[in-house]
Design a protein around this ligand. Structure first.
Ligand code: UDX
Length: 471
């Protein structure tokens, strides 16, 4: 009898940051569950924190074709990773990519079929090409944000960038085809707000995005039925585009379709331990009465805005569950409840350092989500059918919040304003008004990841494409 065929072997290489590792691990789990062999490159620092959670450790150990490859990011494991650490780590990882790929490709027992790389690490494309290994890019952001980044040269050519000043912020942008009726200057990725076009970060993200077209294919955590206009535009430049999101929901859908699969993960692949006391608190609240407040894993908020938000929420009279991470405040120090709001907060608020977010969003007591519009949070809220009050900070979040308020019409956008009166008005406005649109958007997302849906079929096509690389 012939031995069973050896599965294709995929190396997955994320940027070492929570929002990136989280969704690329979901991609890895989808692929390994589908029978592919995975090597997931993880920085020692992130790996150490991830594996402190027994449930995450147990999940991945149980997959016979999955393994982590741990690398250093050039910093000591206990370095606080604040300040300039990002560029230090980035440059170090860049310097070791060639020997790392050479080592992986040379292993005789695990020939590499292809590499899936975080699309902001496109320096890897040439390294993989020199080694003769196909490379696919994955971007963690929305298709609309990716497309806006892609169009930066066009917006410069049209004179829309740099933005002239505050008076121009509400000007409708024409340089992002397919999205002309949606985007104002204010809604462009935050990097577009620089006044000097030679700004290194603007140059960097633009180059990375354009370089993506050199990869064999692009994978996006998006849904055709939610971001159709941007997706069809991207396809004209990158025909080999696989939209397979929302990944967290897709993973659950695949796992539950097979009786022998492990139970779906109960939480995101978080680097922090979730404080489950907030679920007991939610259990005691009336249905659809609570606003969940969280600004993701990296944003920091200044004390003025923090206080305005807190007053606005309390003045709205609503109940709220707020995630204040230990490193949430830009000025440092604990994000303590303002003295004058202690009583009201104790009466109708709950504050935790980190929540099991997906579970919270599906809880019957939660009515709405005050969010920074990170892409993972946005998709999690869409699937849970919860309206959003958006207060974007940076990067792709400005675009995502506009999708919520103007493309899908499932929430309100508080962009660039943090005033207690506005927070109070919008916190009340977001409750209950968006039920029909929210249900429709949730249905579209869920259908896409059900058998025969667009994301389900696109993942199957991606796997076929990877299998065909072996010939
Ligand atoms: C970053 C960027 O900010 C974001 O714009 C980009 O789209 C991805 O990378 P982050 O800011 O962390 O990510 O936001 P987001 O994408 O929303 O991811 C946060 C993740 O942490 C979500 O999966 C969320 O479920 C999880 N989370 C957050 C928790 O599990 N508990 C919490 O208390 C807060």
């Amino acid at each position: 009898m012939d031995p069973p065929p050896v599965p294709p072997h995929i190396v997955i290489f994320p940027l070492a940051a929570q929002g990136h590792v989280n969704s690329m691990l979901k991609l890895a789990e989808l692929l390994t569950f589908s029978g592919l062999r995975i090597t997931f490159i993880n920085s020692e620092h992130i790996h150490h924190r991830l594996l402190q959670h027994a449930d995450i450790q147990a999940r991945f150990v149980a997959y016979p074709y999955f393994r982590f490859k741990i690398i250093s990011d050039g910093l000591p494991i206990d370095h606080p990773r604040t300040g300039n650490h990002f560029m230090t780590a980035f440059n170090y990882v860049k310097s070791i990519t060639k020997p790392l790929f050479e080592e992986l490709v040379a292993a005789p027992d695990r020939p590499v079929t292809c590499i899936i790389v975080d699309g902001i690490l496109t320096f890897t494309i040439d390294v993989a090409r020199d080694l003769g290994v196909p490379i696919i890019a994955f971007r963690t952001i929305s298709a609309s944000s990716f497309w806006a980044y892609f169009c930066i040269p066009r917006m410069i050519e049209k004179g829309e960038l740099p933005i002239k000043g505050d008076e121009d912020m509400d000007h409708i942008v024409t340089g992002v085809p397919g999205m002309q009726d949606i985007l104002r200057c204010r809604d462009l990725p935050s990097v577009c707000r620089v006044s000097d076009l030679s700004d290194w970060f603007l140059q960097y993200v633009t180059t990375q995005t354009l370089q993506t077209a050199r990869a064999r294919a692009l994978i996006l955590n998006s849904v055709d039925q939610l971001e159709g206009p941007a997706i069809s535009q991207i396809r004209t430049h990158i025909p080999n585009l696989y939209t397979i999101g929302p990944l967290h929901s897709h993973l659950k859908s695949r796992l539950s379709s097979s009786p022998s699969s492990p139970p779906p993960p109960s939480a995101s692949n978080s680097l922090w331990e979730a404080d489950r006391s907030c679920i007991s608190w939610l259990d005691e609240q009336p249905p659809k009465s609570v606003i969940y407040v969280s600004f993701g894993s990296v944003t920091t908020i200044n004390r003025h805005d923090f206080t305005e938000l807190w007053h606005g929420l309390v003045n709205s009279g609503r109940r709220f569950l707020w995630v204040v991470r230990p490193d949430s405040l830009a000025e440092g120090g604990p994000g303590a409840v303002p003295e004058e709001l202690r009583e009201a907060t104790a009466e109708r608020g709950c504050v935790v350092g980190w929540a099991p977010q997906e579970e919270v969003l599906h809880h019957g007591a939660v009515a709405a989500f005050l969010t920074h519009s990170g892409w993972n949070s946005t998709l999690e809220s869409v699937v849970a059918g919860k309206p959003m009050l958006c207060w974007p900070f940076f990067a792709d979040q400005q675009v995502n919040s506009r999708l919520v308020s103007h493309a899908w019409k499932v929430g309100l956008d508080m962009k660039d304003v943090c005033d207690r009166v506005v927070v109070e008005r919008m916190a009340n406005g977001v409750m209950g008004e968006f039920a029909a649109a929210g249900a429709d958007v949730a249905r579209r997302a869920r259908e896409a990841v059900s058998e025969g849906g667009s994301s389900w079929d696109n993942l199957d096509r991606l796997i076929e494409d990877i299998r065909s690389m072996r010939t």
